[in-house]
Ligand binder design. Sequence first.
Ligand SMILES: Nc1ncnc2c1ncn2[C@@H]1O[C@H](COP(=O)(O)OP(=O)(O)O)[C@@H](O)[C@H]1O
Ligand SMILES: [Mg+2]
Length: 320
Amino acid sequence: MDTLLSIRDLKKYFPTKYGTLHAVDGVSFDIKRGTTLGVVGESGCGKSTLGRVILHLLSRTDGSIHFEGEDISDVSPEKIHELRRNMQIIFQDPFSSIDPRMTVSQIIGEPLEIYNVCKNKAEYRDQVRSIMDTVGLDSRLESYYPHELDGGRRQRIGIGRALMLNPKFIVCDEPVSALDVSIQAQILNLMQDLQAERKLTYIFITHNLSVVKHISDEIVVMYLGVMVEKAKSKELFKKHFHPYTKALISAIPRIKKVDKHKRIILKGELSSPIDPPDACRFAPRCNHAEDICKHTQPALLEISEDHFVACHRARELSDI
Ligand SMILES: Nc1ncnc2c1ncn2[C@@H]1O[C@H](COP(=O)(O)OP(=O)(O)O)[C@@H](O)[C@H]1O
Ligand SMILES: [Mg+2]
């Protein structure tokens, strides 16, 4: 399998009146074609910013982005326009930035107009209908407005629009977080089917680790702009080293009560991302923090094959 996307030491800082906000602070990973990388972490840890920087919806501060082997870190607006055909995004609320007077077919078909791909109206209509069918929207909904539809159908419109130009890569930014659990499963299944049919590559962003368990091949856990753990999905649920990952996994509700299972409650809030000190960013909330954690930021190291952890105490704590 070849690598579709590769990012190295990617950073996005926002200047604020209080100092420099390190939203994404040195993130590196590769994604193989046709696979899904889950990006997990609590609100404010930089997931959306990371997705947007990769898609050039936001400029980067530092680091590199390669897509299909090509360095796309610094590209012209024309090149970004061309890249966007292959690199799309699905949002949690697909309509926050869309004119509410547009109908379902206008929303789904807009990319065709922007890229001027259809020869005539009939071709345009056929392509829109075909995508509506692909994402499970009845053609009678064509002239509806999104506010007339339920959350699941609205998200199908968002997915249809993202698929319209037949992209290779999609950043899915909390696409099911606003949906009821039963609808979440339908949308996740649809996304998995589409991935298999179209060999799509996904970054799947969520604050809820259980959502990405089944859809992800690999998972990255982020905390305050940095990666704290990365592993294959199955491996991560079996074995997790970082105290933050342990807390996230312990918070997933279980059907059966397992004696050993104890929920780890995190104390305190996410610390400030403004001018963070050279320290482990999780240390203020970590039960296991020692002196070194407060003075040196831990590097992301390979603890076992393809399993990376950024924690000074990962090895000692692995049995706890
Ligand atoms: N345009 C912006 N200007 C200043 N700060 C921002 C901007 N966008 C995001 N941030 C900050 O960057 C951090 C990461 O935000 P975000 O990527 O939205 O996190 P997440 O998607 O994980 O909830 C937060 O502290 C947020 O307040
Ligand atoms: Mg977000």
